[in-house]
Design a protein around this ligand. Structure first.
Ligand code: PLP
Length: 399
């Protein structure tokens, strides 16, 4: 009989993917389902980026490149870090992989052993705890509730650190909550890290460019340069340039860590796709106007969704600062009866109930914090309006 390895025994296939698959099957069966689960922009990859990839194919850039990124891509990454974050990295301090996910994976595989702990503010992107588990480490989940704006406070970090803590993992703006840390808040967390010199910090900046209301983006390595020799800054082109399928992510950090990460990648995938690397070079070096235009579109949709959800009795939706998700509390719906006599006892029940009304959302349980649900508003205004009408009507049928 088939027996999976122990290291994946506790790791399930992503529940988000399962929910999305179920909603997709209902849609194919003819239901007018609106799926608000996608973790990717609905926009297309910019034309200049596509053209760069086509040129690369024609020019024969179709072979293995250097292991963790071509010199051109590493230069583009270094220029990006300097231009946008004020972070100056040497060539041996940056690394490129098949998506930011591979960068996170490389880093945890390269550093974690049994009993090593990673502090993860909750709600969190599901993959964090699963990757830590596969790498043999132990996720330490710290609840950061709605009243704290879904942000980790310094005293919580202090309390979570043990002699076994290897990493603090920060994600700002956050998937799923959209919460972003200000420079002052990061500085306060840095104060705690300074007292615990064995703890490294990983900053997942994937949603850097999807930040609203004129807020200035802040990242730990720039706020606390004295922590640079134990900080890994992770980013990628997936969200900023609508390039999820190209699979290019990157990181900047101390050379000792970057070298160890390259060892992991060398025995998993070797270099990322040469064609995608050429596309990413153009994305990072080329015109940037489209990034801000798309951010403005996301902000309009955020306002639409937040207003729509807050108009529904029983729902409470804080205003996210960034990313393209809302994370609304459905606590006010718990205990309510559905028209067919069922009782909503959890956010999973709420998500199931909304699925019957042809709207697919992801329950907060998938992100470690209940009772909430996540909506991805990376879809058209008209779909969002219809979805909000359906949610309001479904909730009005509860008693
Ligand atoms: N980090 C966060 C918070 C994400 O939401 C995602 C994708 O959903 C990633 C990292 C990974 O992105 P990619 O592997 O496409 O670069």
């Amino acid at each position: 009989a088939f027996r999976p390895a122990e290291r994946i025994a506790s790791v399930g296939v992503s529940e988000i993917l399962k929910i999305t698959a179920r909603a997709g099957a209902l849609k194919r069966a003819g239901r007018p389902m609106i799926i608000l689960g996608a973790g990717e922009p609905d926009f297309d990859t910019p034309d200049n980026v596509k053209e760069a990839a086509i040129r690369a194919i024609r020019d024969g850039a179709t072979k293995y490149t250097a292991l963790d990124g071509s010199p051109e891509l590493k230069d583009a990454v270094r220029a990006k870090f300097e231009r946008e974050n004020g972070l100056v990295f040497a060539a041996d301090e940056v690394t490129c992989g098949a998506g930011a996910k591979q960068i996170l994976y490389n880093a945890f595989m390269a550093t974690l052993g049994p009993g090593d702990e990673v502090v993860i503010p909750t709600p969190y992107w599901t993959s964090y705890s699963d990757i830590v588990a596969i790498a043999g480490g132990t996720p330490v989940l710290v609840p950061c509730g709605i009243e704290a704006g879904f942000r980790l406070r310094p005293e919580q970090l202090e309390a979570a650190i043990t002699p076994r803590t290897r990493w603090l993992l920060l994600n700002s703006p956050s998937n799923p909550s959209g919460a972003a840390y200000s420079a002052e808040e990061l500085e306060a967390l840095a104060g705690v890290l300074r007292r615990h010199t064995h703890v490294w910090a990983m900053s997942d900046d994937m949603y850097e460019h999807i930040l609203y209301d004129g807020l200035a983006f802040a990242t730990l390595a720039a706020v606390a340069p004295d922590l640079r020799d134990r900080t890994l800054t992770v980013n990628g082109v997936s969200k900023a340039y609508a390039m999820t399928g190209w699979r290019i992510g990157y990181g900047g950090g101390p050379a000792v860590l970057i070298r160890a990460m390259a060892v992991v990648q060398s025995q998993a995938t070797s270099c990322p796709s040469s064609v995608s690397q050429a596309a990413a070079v153009e994305a990072l070096n080329g015109p940037q106007a489209i990034v801000a235009e798309r951010c403005a579109a996301f902000q309009r949709r955020r306002d639409l969704v937040v207003a729509g959800l807050n108009a529904v009795p029983g729902l409470q939706c804080p205003v996210p600062q960034g990313a393209f998700y809302t994370f609304a509390s459905c606590e006010g719906l718990l205990g309510a009866r559905t028209p067919d006599g069922g009782v909503l006892r959890s956010d999973r029940d709420v998500a199931d109930y909304l699925l019957e009304a042809d709207v697919a959302v992801v329950p907060g349980a998938c992100f470690g914090l209940e009772p909430f649900f996540r909506i991805s508003y990376a879809t058209s205004d008209s779909e969002l309006k219809t979805a909000l009408e359906r949610i309001e009507a479904a909730c009005a049928r509860l008693h």
